[in-house]
Write a protein that binds this ligand. Structure first.
Ligand SMILES: NC(=O)c1ccc[n+]([C@@H]2O[C@H](COP(=O)([O-])OP(=O)(O)OC[C@H]3O[C@@H](n4cnc5c(N)ncnc54)[C@H](OP(=O)(O)O)[C@@H]3O)[C@@H](O)[C@H]2O)c1
Length: 335
């Protein structure tokens, strides 16, 4: 006879699954496209291999963070398959080397711990020494919805991992991005940016101490990803380099590790409404490589196509303020 606990978990899983299915079946409002940005032939079902079919990336150098798991691993795999030299980061060299073992192509595994800015600096120095140029820097690593408040240097951990660590990494490597004929920064955000606090970024609560909600804190960090790209694209405008932000869709990876019930449900019934990992990685690979996007910067992509940014995601003032606060916090690691 099933225990009360099993019944409760089963009931909750069914409810979550029904919610997921309802979401999948709900007619979506038509996507609004930003004017002047090319709409390509790919969509939600396209895979990273599909969007790079026929591309020869030999001679190109890419950096992918979080390359030992999920979307990062697939991104690294496909870039290398197309001939690129891929610098693949994991929290330890062994971890990422193990994940890449046996994959065809040229990889350099490098250690990157995003919550430790000294380690981010070491990683950037190692990458700069190894790659004369970066044709693409894919900021993919991330964590989601830590159940209880965790802090790093007194700041909420998702904000540090998902935004500030990448802020330091990208700024330290901009010289290498600019050294490529057309370098691209691609930052992986999420639709969860819509769950950010009403203020967008709570600059007076970056510690999370005044109040912490796991989903809202994740949302804030993913909004920060988009605002970072907005300001970066503005700064890169006089150059050939570009910066864009993507949302991959809902994909069954290890991202749910901090939310066991969602993780369990995903493993059970995710196939009914979630994307595969190859399809989830397609948008970031497309934006990092496709020739049609050489002049596209400061845009938001989903399902391999541009979407109009709205609300706080499109707030230039908020983007400028986030840049300035992030610079202030990480100043010792930027120079
Ligand atoms: N999966 C989805 O449905 C979904 C939806 C929207 C957005 N996204 C975004 O997609 C990106 C990739 O996520 P995923 O789904 O592929 O999840 P995943 O399988 O959990 O991969 C996340 C990667 O980030 C790394 N990472 C976590 N904390 C880190 C830290 N402190 N320093 C360095 N690396 C760290 C992980 O390393 P370890 O393995 O060592 O922890 C792992 O390599 C994330 O930015 C996520 O927010 C995913």
């Amino acid at each position: 006879m099933p225990s009360r606990r099993t019944l409760l978990i089963g009931g909750a899983a069914v409810a979550l699954a029904a919610g997921g299915a309802a979401l999948a079946l709900r007619p979506r409002a038509p996507v609004q496209r930003p004017p002047g940005v090319p709409v390509g032939p790919f969509g939600a079902k396209s895979t990273a291999a599909d969007v790079t079919a026929g591309l020869d990336l030999s001679g190109h150098h890419y950096l992918v963070t979080g390359a030992n798991s999920g979307l990062g691993l697939e991104t690294a795999r496909v870039l290398a398959l197309r001939g690129a030299a891929v610098i693949a980061t994991g929290r330890s060299v062994d971890k990422v080397a193990e994940a890449l073992r046996g994959l065809p192509g040229r990889f350099l595994p490098v250690a990157l711990e995003l919550t430790d800015f000294d380690a981010v600096r070491r990683c950037a120095d190692e990458v700069a020494a190894a790659a004369p140029r970066l044709d693409g820097l894919v900021c993919n690593a991330g964590i989601m919805e830590l159940p209880r408040l965790e802090q790093v240097r007194g700041l909420e951990k998702q904000f540090v991992t998902n935004h500030l660590g990448h802020f330091v990494l990208v700024n330290r490597l901009l010289g290498r991005v600019l050294a490529a004929p057309q370098g691209r920064v691609v930052v992986v955000s999420s639709n969860s940016w819509r769950r950010a606090p009403p203020a967008g970024i709570e600059f007076d609560n970056l510690s999370g101490a005044r109040g912490y909600d796991p989903a809202q804190a994740y949302g804030q960090s993913k909004l920060a990803n988009g605002l970072f790209v907005r300001e970066l694209a503005r700064r890169l405008a006089p150059t050939a380099a570009t910066a864009n932000v993507v949302r991959p869709g809902v994909v069954l990876t290890n991202l749910g590790r901090h939310q066991p019930l969602k993780e369990f449900t995903g493993r059970l019934v995710g196939w009914t409404f979630m994307k595969s990992i190859p399809a989830g990685a397609a948008t970031q690979v497309y934006v990092a490589t496709h020739p049609s996007l050489a002049r596209v910067s400061g845009q938001f992509f989903a399902d391999c196509n541009p979407e109009l940014m709205t609300g706080p995601m499109a707030d230039d003032g908020l983007a400028a303020r986030l840049w300035s606060v992030s610079t202030e916090i990480t100043a010792p690691w930027l120079t």
